[in-house]
Design a protein around this ligand. Sequence first.
Ligand SMILES: Cc1cc2nc3c(=O)[nH]c(=O)nc-3n(C[C@H](O)[C@H](O)[C@H](O)COP(=O)(O)OP(=O)(O)OC[C@H]3O[C@@H](n4cnc5c(N)ncnc54)[C@H](O)[C@@H]3O)c2cc1C
Length: 385
Amino acid sequence: MSTFETLLEQTHAIGREVLAPHAAAVDAEARFPREAFAALKQADLLSCYVPRALGGAGLDIVQTSRLCEALGRYDGSAAMIFAMHQIQVGCVVHHRQDSAWFEAFLRRLVDEQLLLGSATTEAGIGGNLRTSSCAVMVDGERFTLEKNAPVISYGEAADVILVTARKGPDAAQSEQVHVLLFQDQLTLEPTTTWDTLGFRGTCSGGYILRGEGHLDQVLPVPYADIHAQSMHPLAHGTWAALWLGIAKDAYEKSRGFVRAAARKTPGTLPPGAMRLAELDGLVHSMEAGVYATLARYQEHLDRGLDGISGDLHFVTSVSQLKIRSSELMVDIVTKALLICGIAGYRNDHRFSLARQLRDAHGAAIMVNNDRIRLQTSTLLLVRKG
Ligand SMILES: Cc1cc2nc3c(=O)[nH]c(=O)nc-3n(C[C@H](O)[C@H](O)[C@H](O)COP(=O)(O)OP(=O)(O)OC[C@H]3O[C@@H](n4cnc5c(N)ncnc54)[C@H](O)[C@@H]3O)c2cc1C
C-alpha cells in the first residue's frame, strides 16, 4: 500500500473512532475538537503536506485534499480546521524560498505537530484578503504588529498564527506581507464570541491580536504572490474537498434511510429511491469538479508557481469551484433531508442531518460568494477566450 493509501485509511479510522463520536458535543458546546486533533497529531497528519526531505509525508495537494474530504465525512468543524491548517502549511512550503528560518520551522512542525491558524480578515475590510489596514512596525531586526481580526478560527488552540499586514506604516493597503507568530509571541484580546449556526467547533471568535517577532518570521515574498499562487487555490480547493465530505456524509445517511425502507417493503421501491439517484448524480458532479480543479493546480505546482496568476482560466475556475461547491453542498444536504424526512430533521436520530445542514450554510459566507462572483466577473471581461 502507498504512503497515501495508508494515511487515507488511517484518516478514515480516526474519523470513525474519534471525530464521529465527539462531533455532536463539539457542535453543541461550540468547542475545539481536541480529541480529533490529539489523534491527528499522534498519526503525524498535521505534516502530511510537508516535503519528505524535511520529514513530512510529502503528499501532493490532491492527496492532502482527499484527507480533508475524508474528515468531512465525520465532523465538518474538525475537517475545516484541518483544511485551514493545511492551507497555511502550503503557504510556508511553497514560499519559504531559501529561508533557513522557515526550513527549520517546517522541521519543527513535523517534530511537534504544530497547529497553524490564520488571521487574514480585518475589521472594516471583511473578506477582501488582498487589503490590510494594520501594518508591521519594524525596529532593527524585530517587528511588532497589532491587528483587529473579527474572525480567527481556533485562535487559542493554534500553536502558530500566520497574519497578513501592510509591510510598513507608509505602505499601500495592498502592499502586504505574511508573518508567522508563535502563540508565545502574541496575545489575543477577545472582541467577539463564536455562537454561530454552523462550523461551531472551529471556535472562530474575534480578537485584537498583538504580536512581536524577528524579521526572519516574515515570509520572503510579497503576500500578493502568496495569495495568488497559494492562498486562493489552496483555500478554495481544500475547502471544496471537505465540503464534498460533508455532502457525501449526508448522501450516505439518505442512502441508509432508503435501504432501511426498502428492506421493510421487499419488491417495492421506497419513494426516496428516485431522489437518491438524483443525489448520487449531484455528488458525482461535485466530486468531478473538486478534483479536476485540484489536479490542474497540482500540474501548475509541478511546473512552478510563476504561471498561475497569468492563467486566468485557472484563476476563475478556482473561484467558481468555491462558489459552486458551497452551493452544491447545501443542495445535496437539503435533498438528503427530504429523503430522510422527520428522521433527518430531528437532532437525536441516527439519520439526523441538522449539523450537516447548519455547517453547509457556512460555506457561502467564508469569503462571501457574492464578493467572489464580482471579482470573477471582472476577470471574465479581461480574459482572452
Ligand atoms: C467558519 C468560518 C471560519 C473562518 N475562519 C477565519 C480565519 O481563521 N481567519 C480569518 O482571517 N477569517 C476567517 N473567516 C472569515 C472569512 O474568511 C471571511 O473573511 C469572512 O467570512 C467575511 O466576512 P464578511 O461577511 O463580514 O465580509 P465580506 O465578505 O466582506 O461580506 C460582507 C458583506 O458584503 C457583501 N459583499 C459582497 N461583495 C462585496 C464586495 N465586492 N465588496 C464589499 N462587500 C461585498 C456580502 O454580500 C456581505 O453581505 C472565517 C469565516 C467562517 C464562516
